[in-house]
Design a protein around this ligand. Structure first.
Ligand SMILES: NC(=O)c1ccc[n+]([C@@H]2O[C@H](COP(=O)([O-])OP(=O)(O)OC[C@H]3O[C@@H](n4cnc5c(N)ncnc54)[C@H](O)[C@@H]3O)[C@@H](O)[C@H]2O)c1
Length: 282
């Protein structure tokens, strides 16, 4: 049991990946605060997960700083401390950019990006005082590669990557580790994408068919438990991918080719050299 005597908060844990993470954390010996906006589903999950002495439930919106303080504060009130935070809560408002409303943009950025900020802000206050802690932010391949119909979601998830990287640098001196995980799992979120949309996208890129055969969220849980445990105490500032039995490590963007102008890149010099810059790498 890698999380014995540890206390964790998992947001968006009434269902899907968050619930699977909370369940595995309990199996690994942790006490867990599970949060969601969906109170009915949250209570049902608490009943189903069983071990009531080791679970606390907090209904709340991760994008509200007051709710975030209440969610994280519950870990201290109920279990005496906080060792781990998993920023998992999320929504989709998929639409191509031309049709996307301001509200659809704001809602997705608010829940994912502001939600990750608010809960981290509240958690870091406690972890810094303690001199240790681990945060896992759930991101997505959409944030790394982009995805048609998800400009809001891709922007939010890419924001989470920059946030993860920066926090890992800033918080290392306080003993706090911060990593990101890009999962793939069959959940309400992925099931909300209509099959005909997936099949249409798959005509251009057959990899979309994978969405129809995604494995369950329980495949994601082990990695997140490992990353917040003391077994991963050297690991910070990294992005992992996990889909079924496939575990991967992603890079943050880095320069793949660099050229220098004698002095300044003016338009003529750019025109002359751009094709060399864009040549495929050997
Ligand atoms: N399922 C996948 O393949 C996949 C792929 C990439 C990334 N993700 C990410 O994984 C995370 C979990 O997704 P999932 O697939 O389990 O989705 P899901 O819809 O099954 O679960 C998300 C949960 O978050 C809750 N939630 C939404 N807004 C909230 C808020 N403001 N405050 C608190 N809780 C809130 C929902 O009520 C829901 O229970 C999300 O961040 C998602 O973007 C999932």
């Amino acid at each position: 049991m890698v999380l014995e005597n540890k206390v964790a908060v998992v947001t968006g844990a009434a269902r899907g990946i968050g619930r699977a993470i909370a369940e595995e954390m309990l199996k690994q010996g942790a006490s867990v605060v599970i949060n969601d906006v969906d109170e009915a589903e949250l209570n049902k999950t608490m009943e189903e997960l069983g071990d009531k002495d080791k679970i606390a439930v907090v209904k709340g919106d991760v994008s509200s700083i007051d709710d975030a303080k209440r969610i994280v504060g519950t870990a201290v009130e109920e279990f005496g401390t906080l060792d781990a935070l998993v920023n998992n809560a999320g929504i989709l408002r998929d639409r191509t950019f031309v049709k996307m409303s301001e509200e659809e943009w704001d809602d997705v950025i608010r829940v994912h990006l502001r939600g990750t900020f608010c809960c981290s802000k509240a958690a870091v206050e406690i972890m810094r005082e303690k001199g240790s802690g681990a945060i896992v932010n759930i991101t997505s391949t959409a944030g790394m590669k982009g995805n048609v119909g998800q400009s809001n979601y891709a922007a939010a998830k890419a924001g989470i990557l920059g946030f993860t990287r920066t926090l890992s640098m800033e918080l290392q001196k306080y003993g706090i580790r911060v990593n990101a995980v890009a999962p793939g799992a069959k959940t309400r979120m992925t099931l909300s994408i209509p099959e005909e949309v997936i099949r249409k996208k798959a005509r251009e890129d057959p990899r979309y068919l994978k969405l129809l055969q995604l494995p369950g969220p329980e495949y994601v849980a082990g990695l997140v438990c490992f990353l917040v445990s003391d077994r991963a105490k050297e690991i910070t500032g990294l992005i992992f991918g996990i889909v079924g039995n496939e575990l991967s490590l992603w890079t943050f963007p880095h320069q793949v080719k660099v050229m220098y102008a004698p002095e300044k890149w003016d338009v003529q010099l750019l025109e002359k050299n751009m094709s060399r810059l864009l040549e495929p790498l050997k």
